[in-house]
Design a protein around this ligand. Structure first.
Ligand code: G1P
Ligand code: ZN
Length: 541
């Protein structure tokens, strides 16, 4: 084994987005690309001398090789210890849990989340801090700065470390501890939820399909849902993680989890369906004949939280990202809870959770979580629903209908326009931003605008201000639209248009029909079709 110091120079585009650095896999495979970024993480956090890190990934193509590079670089940079998931696997929530439980200084998660994997797919590297959550703004900027000024990296030349069995090993003076990726996470779930009640639910004949989408959640879901809780064998579909996710797109929504949706909308559908994404932090919830939007799911969890042992004493507060529907706000208001609206991305929830201001957090993009870790957590959301169903003994559709009858319904949908020409997309947003001050009091299509803002967030805990987080326009009649550009795409620009309208009386409309006036107003406001040349969104969720 020899220690090498390799001269290098900065590589364009090494700037983390909404969730870590995400690029095409072949970009990460270029000489020095991964090494530069890993060294920049180490430099950006003030070095790793004597530190303990957690390491794992979602099992996608290049995960195993990248993990070996991180281990050799951690050793060369004098880290004391790396705790790594067996076969370099860890779901994002399990990594967050492990960082917290072991008191590690931070962790590296190899994942591009729900983006497809494979040689032509995407790869990603995320750094999480000691609280187990995504690196907040000051840390990501320090990493970006380090990447922009990098001149060398340190790496060991060594054989691959055998990660196939749990146990301790030495890598040139650094301890490598290989751990079962599921055990700690599963025991945390058992602490939080009423496993006896959920087991009894399954014993009573309740049926479930969980689609792991050939991504990292498979082993977790099999161990917890089937082995511990007694869901019948075969309840977990696509349970074996594959490097290309079986050529699928591991994003748990009605478009990409269509097979599960078809089953759930069929005549002999099981009682409950769910899915998770590439790295296990997203969730999809669907009842028999009844899809639950992530925004509604967050509101239902908040309204029923005291049925779960971990939240039996009530919530400290709730938080949602700004584009997420305001359904949870109504629950918070009814229960007298504080409710925060943050920019898109989980990193903004960390401070609220650490400060004890919020217990539940969620995003419209199928991310929900709580203060049990500092990441969103797919399987946790599924267990939360199962705990509610076990206690209330109603169907998912009945729970949703009951919720809307109490709180009214926030009709909600996101329209994505993908792989747009970047300049076109930026111009559309910039032009609209310039016009924001003139909009209140004027009409757009069928609606009158009441407020228009370029969303900025003042973090109530550390006082930091984050600007330019999306254009938020409110209309008469309790409706709004938000527009922003994605920070996770790897091709051109993705424009996200978030549509919302509240209705206290009409609770059973088709969402797209209910939102048609908001969509028409948005088209009138942006001239989106002509400007982008697109007749319709690429993805509607
Ligand atoms: C998307 C979602 C966002 C989520 C992020 C990471 O980011 O919209 O809510 O936190 O993925 O999973 P975006 O592509 O919109 O920047
Ligand atoms: Zn994810």
């Amino acid at each position: 084994m020899t220690l090498q110091i390799i001269p290098t120079s900065p590589i364009d585009g090494q700037v983390p987005g909404t969730s870590g650095l995400r690029k095409k896999t072949h970009v990460f495979q270029q000489p020095h690309y991964l090494e530069n970024y890993v060294q920049s993480i180490f430099d950006g956090i003030g070095g790793v001398v004597g530190k303990t890190l957690v390491l794992g990934g979602d099992g996608r193509y290049f995960n195993a090789q990248a993990a070996q590079v991180v281990l050799r670089m951690a050793s060369a940079n004098d880290a004391a210890k790396v705790i790594v998931g067996q076969n370099a696997l860890l779901s994002t929530p399990a990594a967050s849990r492990l960082i917290r439980k072991r008191g590690a200084n931070g962790g590296i998660i190899l994942s591009a989340s729900h983006n497809p994997g494979g040689p032509d797919g995407d790869f990603g590297v995320k750094y999480n801090i000691a609280n187990g959550g995504p690196a907040p703004e000051p840390v990501t900027s320090a990493i970006t700065q380090a990447a922009a000024g990098i001149t060398q990296y340190c790496i060991l030349t060594a054989q691959d470390v055998d990660l196939s069995q749990p146990g301790l090993q030495d890598l040139h003076g650094m301890e490598v501890e290989v751990v079962d990726p599921v055990a700690d996470y599963a025991s945390l779930m058992e602490e939080l939820f009423d496993f006896a009640a959920i087991s009894a639910l399954f014993q009573s004949g309740f049926t479930l399909r969980f689609d792991a989408m050939h991504a990292v959640t498979g082993p977790y879901a099999s161990a917890i849902l089937e082995d511990r809780l007694g869901a019948s064998p075969g309840s977990v579909l696509n349970a074996v993680p594959l490097p290309d996710f079986g050529k699928g797109h591991p994003d748990p929504n009605p478009i990409w989890a269509k097979d599960l949706m078809d089953v759930m909308m069929g005549s002999d559908a099981p009682d409950f369906g769910a899915a998770s994404d590439g790295d296990g932090d997203r969730n999809m919830i669907v009842g028999r004949g009844c899809y639950v939007t992530p925004s509604d799911s967050l509101a239902v969890l908040a309204a029923n939280a005291t049925l779960v042992p971990a939240y039996a004493d009530g919530l400290k507060g709730v938080a949602r990202s700004m584009p997420t529907s305001q359904a949870v706000d109504r629950v918070a208001e009814a229960q007298g809870l504080d409710c925060y609206a943050t920019p898109t991305g989980w990193k903004f929830f960390g401070n609220l959770l650490d400060a004890g201001r919020a217990t539940l957090c969620g995003e419209e993009s199928a991310g929900t979580g709580s203060d049990h870790i500092r990441e969103k957590d797919g399987l946790w959301a599924v267990l939360f629903w199962l705990n509610i169903l076990a206690k209330r003994r109603m169907s998912v559709a009945e729970i949703l209908a009951d919720h809307w009858a109490r709180f009214g319904r926030n009709y909600y949908s996101r329209h994505d326009y993908e792989a747009l020409d970047t300049a076109t997309a930026e111009a559309l947003i910039n032009d609209l931003r310039d016009r924001l001050p003139t909009l209140p009091g004027t009409t757009a299509g069928p609606l009158t605008m009441t407020e228009a803002e370029d969303f900025a967030y003042d973090d109530p805990v550390d006082g930091s201000r984050t600007t330019g987080q999306g254009l938020n326009i409110r209309f008469d009649g309790d409706a709004r639209v938000m527009l922003r550009l994605s920070g996770t795409g790897t091709e051109g620009a993705t424009l996200r248009v978030y549509l919302e309208r509240f209705d206290a009386e009409a609770l059973d409309l088709d969402a797209q029909a209910a939102l048609a006036p908001v969509a028409a107003a948005t088209e009138a406001l942006t001239n989106l079709r002509a400007r982008t040349g697109r007749d319709a969104p690429d993805v509607i969720t």
